[in-house]
Design a protein around this ligand. Structure first.
Ligand SMILES: *Cc1c(COP(=O)(O)O)cnc(C)c1O
Length: 385
């Protein structure tokens, strides 16, 4: 049996995307321009509820902009889950503030609202929930805690397009801003890219200014009655976070395919749910009835009775020609966060336990039914089932 290696993730890019990129190249407009503007409008319409959307060159940039716009600054504390990618904490440091890591719920692996409560001090300014794997956090509780303590909420929605909570799409909840990622392995891609979504026009305005060097069109309008095309004013030392039209060209068509991508992901997740149900695995938590899980990831955890350790399991899957991954190595284990804040695994028992047993299985739209059959057969073989 010499089957090809099945990678852990692959983007699905069609001729429509390729032609649109070529169109951008031929047009001569390769940086931010008409395609980015269209992509922002289409994305805002997809999310609905009259949100505004601004395209950026990564979710990391977007989270940085959103936290800056809600006023996070030196010495502030921002509560983030330890069970996430380092972005969620690093953007807090960009602003001179401190990420305060908290543990997750042992079932959902989403930030634990009780742990948020315990972490609040008089320096706490914001919470950044991460909808892990594409499953919504307990947002009613998180928003209630934020209201009670006067905190901002910026959602890290890198996994959650499209995810719903109580029937509402992530991006439309009553939070300050939501940031999506279009990194290569996310549920849709622009190669690199992200989107900041908010209903707050002041926040959007601030993000737009800071996205492009702190150049203000408002200052321009206010002080210059006759506006020559060459004139601009810089009001802040801003950033260079704009999305180029070459990337937006991909996004325009990926967004049109998103519903199909999502249906395919849901089908595959359901098949894993059914065909792995009898094995010594903790399967991913389900969304509330009627709500959508984006299924960016399909994270399983090996139970002790599986009799195989996580690292060995992944090696044996690789030996059988299947790529798996781990989400996440919790932040408290990485030297920068561990050493800066004297963190130890005992402070995050649920995240630590999950990490030690977690394997993310391949789940993406370019996988065929036969590919998934192979993954399931390999798992059964390794677990002796
Ligand atoms: C992928 C990811 C990000 C970063 O997204 P980029 O677009 O690569 O900056 C942030 N948070 C989480 C949870 C992620 O998985």
């Amino acid at each position: 049996m010499s089957e090809k290696f099945l990678p852990f993730a692959l983007p699905e890019i069609g001729e429509e995307e390729i032609n649109e990129v070529v169109d951008a190249l031929r047009s001569g407009w390769v940086t931010t321009g008409p395609k980015t503007k269209q992509f922002e409008a289409d994305f805002a319409a997809f999310i609905g509820d009259d949100v505004e959307a601004i395209a950026v060159n990564s979710a990391t940039s977007g989270l940085h902009l959103a936290l800056e716009a809600v006023g996070i600054g030196p010495g502030d504390e921002v509560i983030v889950p330890t069970y996430t990618f380092t972005t969620t904490a690093e953007v807090v440091r960009y602003l001179g503030a401190h990420p305060v890591l908290v543990d997750v719920d042992p079932q959902t692996l989403n930030i634990d609202p009780q742990a948020i409560r315990r972490a609040i001090t008089d320096k706490t300014r914001a919470i950044v929930p991460v909808h892990f794997a594409g499953l919504a956090c307990e947002m009613d509780e998180i928003i209630a805690i934020a209201r009670e303590h006067g905190l901002k909420v910026v959602e890290d929605a890198a996994h959650s397009l499209p995810t719903s909570y109580n029937g509402k799409l992530i991006g439309t909840l009553d939070t300050d801003a939501t940031v999506f990622s279009f990194y290569a392995n996310k549920t849709m891609t622009t190669g690199e890219g992200g989107m900041v979504v908010s209903k707050n026009p002041d926040l959007i305005k601030r993000c737009k200014v800071m996205r492009l060097h702190g150049i203000s069109r408002d200052a321009f309008d206010r002080y210059v009655s006759k506006s020559p095309a060459w004139f601009y004013e810089v009001i802040e030392p801003g950033f260079k976070y704009n999305m180029p039209d070459i990337a937006a060209a991909l996004g325009l068509h990926q967004l049109k395919k998103l519903r199909r991508f999502h249906l395919a992901r849901m089908d595959m997740a359901e098949r894993y749910d059914i065909e792995l149900a009898d094995l010594p695995l903790i399967l991913p938590a389900k969304p509330h009835v009627g709500d959508a899980h984006a299924w960016h990831l399909y994270p399983v955890r090996l139970k002790p009775e599986a009799g195989v350790e996580r690292g060995e399991f992944i090696q044996r899957m690789a030996d059988l020609g299947i790529g798996c991954s781990v989400h996440f190595i919790p932040l408290h284990l990485h030297p920068i966060w561990r050493d800066s804040y004297q963190l130890s695994p005992a402070q995050f028992p649920h995240a630590q336990q999950a990490f030690e047993a977690e394997v993310s299985l391949p789940l993406y739209t370019r996988m065929t039914e036969a590919d998934q059959t192979r993954v399931i057969a390999a798992i059964r073989q390794i677990l002796g089932a």
